[in-house]
Design a protein around this ligand. Structure first.
Ligand code: SF4
Ligand code: SF4
Length: 138
């Protein structure tokens, strides 16, 4: 899938920071060693295929507004690659970012479509339900 019209990662490096990248032995939290502090990737033109392939939901979904860019809300909206969950993965430094009103409203909308919606922050995770209720996963 390609980025939605008018969208680009810009200075966002949330997926290079908040996500665990086993291929790089990178845990969730610290930035990848190739991150530029002001945003971007030092090895952008030669970055691994893994990095080329990753696109978060914000980047590809045209209906998600600029205000939901992951670095702005501290949350990456994404499809899980190991389950059918729709996920909100929070920056470890902002573990409650999924409760940002705009993020939460989006998660409830997705839950209403019948998807399993889970917010994650480090080792903690919460299920968000179509009713607007939420609670820790077991
Ligand atoms: S989290 Fe999304 S917008 Fe941010 S750098 Fe990754 S793909 Fe781009
Ligand atoms: S190599 Fe570049 S694109 Fe890939 S995780 Fe590191 S900083 Fe991000």
């Amino acid at each position: 899938m390609a980025p939605a019209p008018g969208k680009s990662c810009g200075s966002c490096t949330m997926c290079c920071t908040a996500l665990e990248i086993p291929e790089f032995n990178k845990p969730a939290g610290p930035p990848c060693e190739h991150c530029i502090a002001s945003g971007g990737c030092k090895i952008y033109t030669s970055r691994p295929q893994l990095c080329r392939d990753f696109e978060c939901e914000w980047l590809t979904e045209r209906t998600l507004p600029a205000t939901l860019r992951p670095d702005r809300v501290g949350t990456i909206l994404m499809e899980a690659d190991d389950t059918d969950e729709y996920r909100a993965v929070c920056s470890p430094s902002r573990p409650n970012a999924w409760r940002h009103p705009q993020v939460f409203a989006h998660l409830v909308r997705i839950a209403k479509t019948g998807r399993t919606v889970v917010a994650k922050a480090g080792l903690n995770s919460w299920r968000i339900f179509a009713s607007g209720e939420w609670g820790p996963t077991i």
